[in-house]
Design a protein around this ligand. Sequence first.
Ligand SMILES: Cc1ncc(COP(=O)(O)O)c(C=O)c1O
Length: 561
Amino acid sequence: MKSRYNWTEPLIGIIFEKRTLICLDMDFLQLPDKISDISAGRDKEQEDSAALRDRRAIPADFSSIYSKDLLPASGGQEITREFLQEVVAILLGYICKSTQRNTKVLDFHHPHQLKEGLEGFSVKLPEQPETLEQILVDCRDTLKYGVSTGHPRFFNQLSSGLDVVGVAGEWLTSVANTNMFTYEVAPVFTLMEEVLLRKMHSMVGWSDDEADGIFCPGGTISNLYSILVARYHFNPEVKTKGMGVLPPLALFTSEHSHYSVKKCAAVLGMGSDNVLVVKCDERGKMIPTELESCIVQAENKGLVPFYVNATAGTTVFGAFDPLSTIADICHKHTLWMHVDAAWGGGLLMSDRHSMKLQGIEQACSVTWNPHKLMGVPLQCSVILVKKRGLLQQCNELGAEYLFQPDKPYDVSYDAGDKSIQCGRHVDVFKFWLMWKAKGSEGFGSQINKCLENAEYLYDQLQRRADFELVLKNKPEHSNVCFWYIPPSLRGLPAGPDRDERLHQVAPRIKGRMMEKGSLLIGYQPLGARVNFFRCVFSNPATQQEDIDFLLDEIAQLGYDL
Ligand SMILES: Cc1ncc(COP(=O)(O)O)c(C=O)c1O
């Protein structure tokens, strides 16, 4: 296969410095409120970066070198270093490019084009090993044909941005390549998980020694845990005897909540039809009196209400359900109150916006995804449970080959039996490292900036005649929803004809935008509202100029529709 790897491309100033942090005790695990000066105590010994650059002057030729030549092969140290330096150069090049506004957000290809292979890049797997030269080409091309989610003009998803310290954390995690199930194999990461969970408990408003939680793969799985634990709390026998010991249970969630609540009810054998959908007001917030009537309706149907999911930051509108009122209703009917703060949880870090989650402290469990608003690289999600010990009791099976009770340390640190998984990825380190690097204050200002961007977009939309806001009120979260109205539709009376035509505008603009690669933003219909754009801000790289670009570009792409 012909190589397209460009060996002469300059490395982007990679300087490796060997630094040793001297830590006298495990206080280094504690998270700072301000960025601390860690320069003191550093071993000043540094690798001679000039010598390193000299070595790079004659780049290694990887065209006849294979993975078997890398470590742990004997004598493989030098080639391993050279290979990884090339990988770092590719990643660094990509990271730098991602922040440049004159680069594309994506270089879109249809699935059949990628499957057929493009200029030396193929997703097909070979029988014979390929050279490291080809492996490097594959690394570069994988990024090239992917989507640059760290680009300041990527507005498509709740997770975006490219936090450099977070990336460093993810790299370190891969190198450590360990498993979160026992303290024995993940001592430092286990303690970091404990530190972060306690910090998050206190942000929710729980006392840190009563609460519990675990990192798990995404908001959907966090929500799954919440129903699992609530059901166990309702009747612990379900763990061993199964659903037969339970009456038909009813769950409640709002019409704007995430689809995972229904999916989890289906997965857990409770039936998605037994999730009763509660009406929302015009801003997408659950209406408490509607919740009350749903509870009565469920009882009349012979169902037993047991669980309410309230959302703090809905997926499309970014709405906050009235948590305190919902908590009162849950208390009155003795229902488990879960708060899905997958998207909105990050606001707890902000002194300006945390009050939008008032009442969350009354929840029995909380989902919070640092991989969304807080910009932690995917994946990073927690389920927090107010009652300590419940997660363990609900999920533990005590496999003797993993959770031996007579290990030579305090085995309560073996967190693995709280989980429904056996092996568990280390999702905590990058988050812990980012918190160290920003402090709580840094996270707070990053989140404030996202909401300022949303307000700026809202202000611009109010001013422009070619756009229409979906919600007239100022955004509560960083979601801003809007229609672009092309000249051909302006002045048309509201009604089915206009709606039908407007429904086609956003998808057609999106198609053009993907071909061009200049930006990426999502759209959807919602209830009676035809397709509209939804802009979400979670990327710290996005500035006001990108928001101006977003509107001008949409207007340009859709002008003739
Ligand atoms: C409110 C809410 N809850 C849960 C989820 C699911 O999170 P994940 O995609 O991490 O599974 C999302 C995802 O967008 C969400 O917006």
